[in-house]
Write a protein that binds this ligand. Structure first.
Ligand code: AMP
Ligand code: MG
Ligand code: MG
Length: 284
């Protein structure tokens, strides 16, 4: 994964809402994105569509007031799973999504809510496990962090405040997803102009991943177990308990050592993990 991306895709969901606590499950009603080349300092393409909520199909007056999204907009829109597939096809059409290949871009959001909270909630509401999402949807760059890093003195980080600090006008309507995307893209371009680096700031928390059945192998012993939290420390702890010996290293079967939590997010159910204990001779 590059330490700094020169292509980003700004994403800003709008969702069902009402004053106070949102409807449960909260659902995405607008799914917009803007591809930005930070190298060429240009917007390359735009993806914009409404999404029809299935659990709470009637928008509150509050929601329409906040977002400008009307009942007829969502009534005529495809449901989430169709929009997600179209979004992936759009990214693939730009050469941005090849399975297994290196990540060519990162999503940029204003805050962590879009990909840390809303997308997992929407996936659950649609019956889609988060592990079915391409990895790129499970990590992101929070523009507020990039802003705070590069504008050393700035404290407030709402989108309007960031625009103001950068001498940019708010274009369009705040809380309309596609307008928010364009404004966030302008903030990103202004920060890139000032030399800001765009590196991943957040990853989907381990608590969002389902429990994982695994085969744990130590020497010629194999035990089946369920990994609850996809952390390397949890895996070593689980194996240490099972084999009554302190495990210090874990390897993908016949593969590389697992040195951080990332490979655990990608593991398939029933994968085999090879363990090395503190007492074993060093693994080669
Ligand atoms: P935003 O990207 O800031 O436009 O917000 C994304 C979503 O968060 C909106 O579509 C709403 O579902 C929710 N939201 C934002 N602001 C409010 C608010 N003041 N009250 C209730 N929900 C809100
Ligand atoms: Mg937003
Ligand atoms: Mg928005």
């Amino acid at each position: 994964m590059p330490s700094s991306f020169d292509r980003i895709v700004v994403l800003d969901f709008e969702a069902t809402c009402q004053p106070g606590t949102p409807p449960s499950p909260q659902e995405i009603i607008e799914f917009p994105s803007v591809i930005v080349s930070l190298r060429d300092r240009a917007v390359e393409d735009t993806f914009s569509t409404f999404v029809r909520p299935l659990h709470h199909p009637t928008l509150s007056a509050f929601c329409t007031e906040l977002t400008t999204i009307r009942q007829q907009d969502v009534d005529a829109a495809p449901p989430f799973l169709d929009v997600l597939a179209a979004h992936q096809a759009w990214l693939a059409g730009h050469g941005l999504l090849d399975a297994g290949g290196p990540e060519r871009f990162a999503f940029v959001t204003c805050g962590d809510w879009d990909l840390q909270t809303m997308l997992p909630v929407q996936c659950a509401a649609a019956g889609l496990p988060v592990t079915a999402l391409p990895r790129v949807y499970r990590r992101w760059i929070n523009i507020k962090k990039v802003f705070l890093d590069s504008m050393k003195k700035a404290k407030t980080t709402g989108m309007p405040a960031m625009l103001q600090a950068l001498d940019l006008e708010l274009v369009g309507t705040h809380h309309r997803g596609i307008d928010d995307c364009h404004n966030i893209a302008r903030i990103a371009l202004a920060l890139a102009e000032r030399g800001a680096k765009f590196a991943i700031t957040g990853k989907l928390a381990a608590s969002h991943y389902p429990e994982l059945p695994l085969e744990l192998q130590w020497g010629d012993r194999v035990e089946r177990a369920f990994l609850k939290k996809r952390h390397l420390a949890s895996l070593l702890g689980l194996a240490s308990g099972l084999f009554h010996t302190r495990m210090v290293r874990a390897f993908l079967a016949d593969g590389p050592e697992i040195t951080d939590d990332d490979p655990l997010a990608e593991l398939a159910p029933d994968a085999r993990i090879r363990l090395v204990s503190a007492r074993d001779r060093p693994a080669t």
